[in-house]
Ligand binder design. Structure first.
Ligand code: NCD
Ligand code: ZN
Length: 430
């Protein structure tokens, strides 16, 4: 059946302007069949009230916790949460139990993920067996099973020579190495930025631990030619190093999270683990550097680092609670409301960083709106403003410091491969 959506607005990929257009797609082939006006023939017509029809969003960093930590999240709840945030593709990190270090685990996630019938999931497999930082996993088998990239996210690979071996092998197989940059000899048992840590009375986590590891891995990526992707960049020094690496022609990409673009350590005035995230919220100078890096493309894409934990775990105080914040459902509304509306970031930059850019760098079939392309849409309502209420989330996680913030730009509907995978107001099935 050919379905035509009238009354929506599209973002022009060259000019960045919004324009009214009708989009027609086939729900069997899952392809866009025409972009034009209301005269395009169709079997069924739906009419919007000026909502944006954007390409489905792509998030290269989520934690779905399944297998092993299903009290925090399941494939079902995590992919439903992603769909609710307008995402049609997510890449999930391997710090599950067991960790994604073998082909059968990659296949299990892919198969069960497909059965959920929501957002597509692309497993990122471990660099080292059990994420222990020692023996390398079998990259070829992991790739063959469907792993999109390799990472020990949650931890950094501490041993330089081992990382060099990993990059050499990954380059041979044309697989990206995705790094959680943390030199544990510097970060130690730190939990917050040193300034906030002083206020709360907990150990500080040195900002330098991030850039120190990025520096090492840039040098190794230059030597090996591997595609190095840097997760959740948070400091001014890291942005400067990545800018330098790009100027040298190193094959490097980087992501920044909504929380590192919007929050700083100064907000942490009491012992509430809702603020605890890795890397930590940093200083204002770091936040501004991330913003600048995001605007000039040094930080290529937005990734949420969606990291759900249970209410119980997050009630244990900053010292004892796990690191992480949920992000899938609030990413676009927060960035739209607090960066696009005030004129800090152009809408076109935000949208490309959540669509075309990750698609291009990770070879995902999506991220653009053109005839013959996949019918993946985030239909976003810019008129409805509401307060962020974690109790209404689709994710099992409630851990967000943005509770109570007002935002607009909520996803009204998400369409993936020509199928509706989310309609605002639909019931949660968790
Ligand atoms: N970011 C976090 O604070 N936590 C992540 C791990 C990670 O991405 O480093 C998690 O798995 O909970
Ligand atoms: Zn990480």
């Amino acid at each position: 059946m050919r379905i035509r959506i009238d009354g929506g607005r599209l973002l022009h990929s060259q000019t960045g302007e919004l324009y009214g257009a009708s989009v027609c797609y086939d729900d069997v082939t899952g392809k866009i069949t025409a972009i034009g006006d209301e005269t395009i023939p169709a079997d069924k017509v739906e009419t919007l009230q000026g909502e944006l029809i954007l390409p489905g969003f792509i998030d290269m960093h989520v934690h779905l916790r399944d297998p092993g930590f299903t009290a925090k999240e399941t494939l079902t709840s995590g992919l439903q949460s992603a769909a609710a945030g307008g995402f049609t593709h997510v890449a999930c990190m391997p710090n599950t139990n067991p960790p994604t270090d073998a082909a059968e685990i990659v296949r299990d996630i892919t198969t069960r993920g497909r059965d959920v019938g929501k957002t597509s999931v692309h497993p990122i497999a471990c660099i080292t067996v059990s994420q222990k930082g020692e023996a390398l996993t079998d990259f070829a088998q992991l790739k063959e099973a469907g792993a999109i990239a390799l990472s020990d996210d949650g931890k950094g690979v501490q041993h330089g020579r081992r990382m060099l071996d990993a990059m050499t092998r990954a380059k041979e197989l044309d697989m990206p190495i995705v790094i959680h940059s943390e030199d544990e000899t510097l970060s130690g048992n730190g939990v917050l930025h040193p300034e906030a840590a002083k206020r709360i009375g907990v150990p500080g986590l040195l900002e330098e631990s991030e850039a120190a590891m990025i520096a090492r891995d840039i040098l190794l990526a230059e030597r090996t030619g591997v595609h190095l992707h840097v997760c959740h960049v948070s400091t001014e020094q890291s942005v400067a190093l990545i800018r330098w690496a790009k100027a040298r022609g190193v094959h490097i990409t980087a992501e920044v999270t909504p929380h590192h673009l919007l929050l700083t350590e100064a907000l942490i005035t009491e012992d509430d683990a809702v603020w605890k995230v890795n890397p930590p919220l940093q200083g204002e100078r770091d936040r501004m550097a991330c913003l600048e890096g995001f605007l000039d493309g040094t930080l290529d894409m937005i990734a949420t680092d969606h990291a759900p934990h249970t209410v119980d775990e997050k009630s244990r105080g900053i010292l004892r609670a796990p690191f992480g914040m949920v992000g899938s459902e609030v990413a676009f509304p927060l960035l739209y409301t607090y960066l696009v509306l005030p004129g800090i970031v152009p809408l076109s930059r935000l949208v490309e960083a959540m669509t075309r850019v990750p698609a291009t760098h990770f070879g995902i079939d999506g991220g653009a709106m053109h005839v013959g392309g996949t019918a993946d849409f985030a239909i976003v309502d810019l008129t409805k403003e509401k307060e962020i209420d974690p109790d209404r989330f689709y994710t099992r996680g409630r851990n967000t410091p943005f509770a109570g913030w007002r935002a607009t730009g909520w996803t009204a509907r998400t369409i993936h491969l020509g199928r509706e995978i989310f309609i605002a107001g639909e019931e949660r099935f968790i």
